[in-house]
Design a binder for this molecule. Structure first.
Ligand code: ADP
Ligand code: MG
Length: 384
């Protein structure tokens, strides 16, 4: 069961820190859809032992041992989730520990990567009946905060943004594209809504509304564009008085990222009307691929500046951050090529090493005079 998985992974995550750590990489296989079944699609992906993924081109291959020897057909990940895996299992295995770390003032990020229709948005956002990682993370965060409310004050802010066609948009307050600028905390989007969240209840509808604000393809009004990247940022600030009566200010950021369909990174028809859009989406995903390549190869220069997406994800890739990647794949043999491509990239991402994940913690010395001290404390309490 999941418990074994979590414990097993506890070891992996527990080994983070020290000399930096690697990205944890998971694969999630979605169930076959009705349309696919009806059109006679066969399952070409098998998951064995919660880790091993076998790709069988014709969907009728059972000889795992033989596949094991064929490059590009057998992959091993930190965990692999078969069709039957629940949203909660995916959350607990991939993200729960990152939420705990965010409360300690460490950054974390979870990416969903994969072709359009592979299950990224289901995994990240999900539905009211079956909420995904974004919602479960916030729910867990509030539960954990409630359990610790006796020792300090937490403030939670949410931002939800989109990168589409190399412009950055606020999904909680749609309007003009946002400008990126660099400040001491890294790259920030100027004017981005920071929604102060008090409970889980409001969050699902907020995020669903945000998701509806994602750019849609002009020709298919009800479908979210497969070219849009969505990023949810959850910032947790925490104030506490330490033993010497200093105020400790701790801040942790969790980024949950629903990437655009990865097939765009491979196939772009330059001659279509949307060639510009296509080229731009290529730009963001290709830039992400080059950053991953550069990180894997241990290069000094990582080309984050090449796209809006990589600028925004700089902290989440090479920075001091716990990073998790979930590669979503379809079981259908009709998606064999895309699935193979997704697994190939996921396999490569295992090589990325991130920097030591430090705590973002600052000790504010109390002012000398008692009245100023009292004022500051009052202000901090008011914030909560
Ligand atoms: P993507 O965001 O990668 O384009 P979606 O998340 O929209 O893909 O998934 C495509 C379809 O498959 C949706 O109808 C979604 O509800 C369904 N789906 C995806 N993953 C699962 C799953 N694990 N269980 C049940 N249905 C799923
Ligand atoms: Mg989607």
């Amino acid at each position: 069961g999941i418990k074994d998985n979590v414990e097993e992974l506890g070891g992996v995550l527990g080994g983070r820190g020290g000399e930096g750590s690697r990205i944890l990489v998971f694969v999630r296989l979605r169930p076959m859809g009705k349309k696919e079944k009806d059109s006679g699609a066969r399952c070409c992906v098998r998951i064995v032992n919660k880790r091993d993924v076998y790709l069988t081109e014709l969907g009728n291959e059972n000889d795992y041992l033989r596949l094991k020897r064929i490059r590009g057909r057998h992959f091993t990940f930190d965990a692999s989730f078969p069709e039957s895996t629940t949203q909660l299992e995916v959350y607990s295995t991939t993200t729960a520990e990152l939420v705990e770390a965010v409360l300690q003032g460490r950054n974390g990020s979870v990416f969903c990567y994969g072709a359009t229709g592979a299950g990224k948005t289901h995994t990240m956002l999900g539905s009211v009946e079956s909420p995904g990682v974004m919602v479960l993370a916030i729910k867990d965060l509030f539960n954990k905060i409630r359990q610790r409310s006796f020792d300090g004050n937490h403030v939670v802010h949410l931002s939800y943004l989109e990168v589409y066609n190399e412009s950055v948009r606020d999904l909680l307050s749609p309007g003009r594209p946002l400008v990126l600028r660099e400040d001491k905390q890294g790259i920030v989007a100027s004017g981005l809504t920071q929604y102060r969240a008090y409970s889980t209840d409001e969050v699902m509808s907020l995020l669903q509304q945000g998701n509806r604000n994602r750019t849609t393809e002009p020709t298919r009004a009800n479908e979210t564009s497969s070219r849009s990247h969505a990023i949810l940022q959850v910032v947790v600030e925490y104030h506490v008085k330490d033993a010497s009566d200093n105020i400790v200010n701790r801040i942790g950021k969790l980024s949950l990222i629903d990437l655009a369909g990865s097939e765009r990174a491979l196939a772009t028809d330059q001659r279509t009307l949307r060639s510009l859009e296509g080229a731009n989406i290529n730009k963001s995903l290709l830039a992400l691929s080059s950053c991953i390549n550069a990180l894997v190869e241990g290069k000094k220069h990582i080309p984050y500046r090449n796209s809006k997406l990589t600028q925004l994800l700089k902290d989440s890739l090479g920075g001091a951050c716990n990073t998790v990647m979930i590669a979503n794949v379809s079981p259908s043999n009709l998606s064999f090529g895309e699935t193979q491509n997704t697994l190939h990239w996921a396999d490569r991402a295992k090589e990325i090493r991130t920097k030591v994940c430090e705590k973002n913690e600052e000790i504010l010395p109390l002012p000398e005079s008692e009245t100023d001290q009292a004022k500051l404390l009052l202000e901090l309490q008011k914030e909560n």
